[in-house]
Design a protein around this ligand. Structure first.
Ligand code: MF3
Ligand code: CO
Length: 246
């Protein structure tokens, strides 16, 4: 999982650096798949939830722009100055998964509120990670995230949650970005969790577009997303999708 996490972290850095005005989001997907595979890893989102007659998710990276919350599908759409872009990436090495997301502006943030949303979402992820401890509860994480987000006047998406991760991308337990301290499953050593606050500048309800994937805010407000995969050790929490130097 360290290796998978490292691949995700490295490729996300490359994608973030490639973001610029005029870039079709499909180019980010090409770059993501190439950089994942040349590290000996496999993109895990591509073909996710494939069933007979259903190809599943069609890309290696989710690119969710502005009011898109998560699971945006890369395509011919070109990025524009001031867009807020979430890049969400999963990789598998030797049957084990890593999953992380970050958000970046194309060029400068369009206004101070957008920049504040971005900063608060990062802080919410940090708070969620800091709430992880052996013997604590999953609800501690959501409570910490929610406190930061709602304290800043933003809202936490309810329809999507973080998750356990390991041999599968999504494992138990679910890790909501809201909740109460001391509630939910016990946090035990050996667990790996993907913590992923999705934060809306407006209200929290989302809807899924006709493509069956792209989740957007119902009120059209801006949304931001950060995610890390963390491992719960006997005596400490390790962020598997952070670069050592960051
Ligand atoms: N980080 C997201 C999640 O855990 C990304 C999933 S994209 C999908 O749900 F294509 F795999 F659905
Ligand atoms: Co995830």
């Amino acid at each position: 999982m360290r290796e998978a996490g490292r691949v995700v972290a490295e490729v996300l850095q490359i994608l973030a650096a490639a973001v610029r005005p005029g870039l079709p989001t499909l180019e980010l997907d090409r770059l993501a798949e190439r950089e994942i595979r040349r590290r000996g890893a496999r993109p895990v989102f591509k073909g996710y939830q494939a069933r007979p007659g259903q190809p599943g998710y069609p890309a290696s990276v989710c690119v969710s722009v502005n009011d898109e919350v998560v699971h945006g599908i890369p395509g011919p759409r070109r990025l524009r100055e001031g867009d807020l872009v979430s890049l969400d990436l999963g990789a598998e090495v030797g049957g084990l998964m890593g999953d992380a997301a970050l958000s970046v502006f194309v060029g400068a943030p369009p206004d101070a509120e957008a920049e504040r949303l971005w900063r608060v979402t990062r802080e919410a992820l940090d708070a969620g990670i800091r709430a992880v401890r052996v013997g604590g509860h999953i609800g501690d994480i959501g409570a910490a995230v929610q406190r930061v987000v709602e304290g800043a006047g933003f809202s936490v998406v309810r329809e999507f949650v973080g998750h356990g991760i390991g041999r599968a991308l999504h494992e138990d337990p679910q890790v909501p970005n809201y909740g109460l301290p001391g509630r939910g499953p016990r946090i035990r050593p050996g667990m790996a969790l993907a913590i992923e606050p999705m934060v809306n500048a407006g209200d929290w309800p989302v809807e899924v577009l006709e493509d069956g994937w792209t989740a957007v805010t119902r009120d059209g407000s801006l949304s931001c997303h950060f995610e890390h995969t963390v491992f719960v050790g006997e005596d400490g929490v390790e962020v598997l999708t952070a670069l050592p130097e960051s």
